[in-house]
Design a protein around this ligand. Structure first.
Ligand code: IMP
Ligand code: MG
Length: 176
């Protein structure tokens, strides 16, 4: 599999993001809202780079009728979400592709009256964005390639890889 981003590149960039978020949210009641399952690896690494107090809560967003990269009809499960009222929410996902998943999450969470709401992702494919907003924090802009690793999956495979890679046909074949 071809490596797009190495473990070291990811670690360095996450440290930068953590410093930036620590400054921006200093003195504010930060809650990181992590989107299952793709953001788990990022969540674990990022929160350890944030020095300001924070809470962590989880939501899941699954799409039906979509392709391997795009969201179909979006179903949000927020039964694990702690009450967002009065908190500064930072929604954390692995990737901002068309942006539809993040858009659905933002709409759902805004309706629950947080003090503020921003979005953060590790990867952003600007060429594919279909929504009228951009992620507030992102690790890397990447080309329109299907990527796996560091939380990102194909058929739930490859999430454990410590780097971001571009799978070839053989990789996809073994992940059926
Ligand atoms: P959206 O198009 O931004 O809504 O992203 C839809 C979903 O597709 C995301 O939640 C990701 O899980 C998935 N996705 C998009 N691009 C990739 C990719 O390159 N690799 C793995 N999953 C992806
Ligand atoms: Mg996925």
């Amino acid at each position: 599999m071809r490596t797009l981003l190495t473990e070291q590149q990811i670690r360095q960039r996450i440290e930068e993001l953590g410093r930036q978020i620590s400054v921006d949210y200093s003195g504010r009641p930060l809650t990181v809202v992590a989107v299952l399952t793709g953001s788990l690896v990022l969540l674990a690494d990022l929160i350890r780079c944030i020095s300001t107090p924070l809470k962590v809560t989880l939501v899941s967003a699954s799409s039906y009728g979509g392709t391997r990269t795009t969201a179909g009809h979006l179903t949000i499960n927020d039964s694990l979400l702690a009450d967002p009222e009065g908190r500064d929410l930072l929604v954390l996902d692995d990737i901002f592709d068309t942006g539809r998943t993040m858009q659905g999450l933002v709409q759902n969470l805004r309706a629950r009256n947080p003090s503020s709401l921003r979005t953060a992702v590790l990867l952003w494919k600007p060429a594919r964005t279909e929504v009228s907003f951009q992620p507030d924090y992102f690790g890397f802009q990447i080309p329109d390639e299907f990527v796996v690793g560091y939380g990102l999956d194909y058929n739930d495979h490859f999430r454990h890889l410590p780097f971001i890679g571009i799978p070839d046909a053989e990789d996809l074949q073994m992940a059926q």
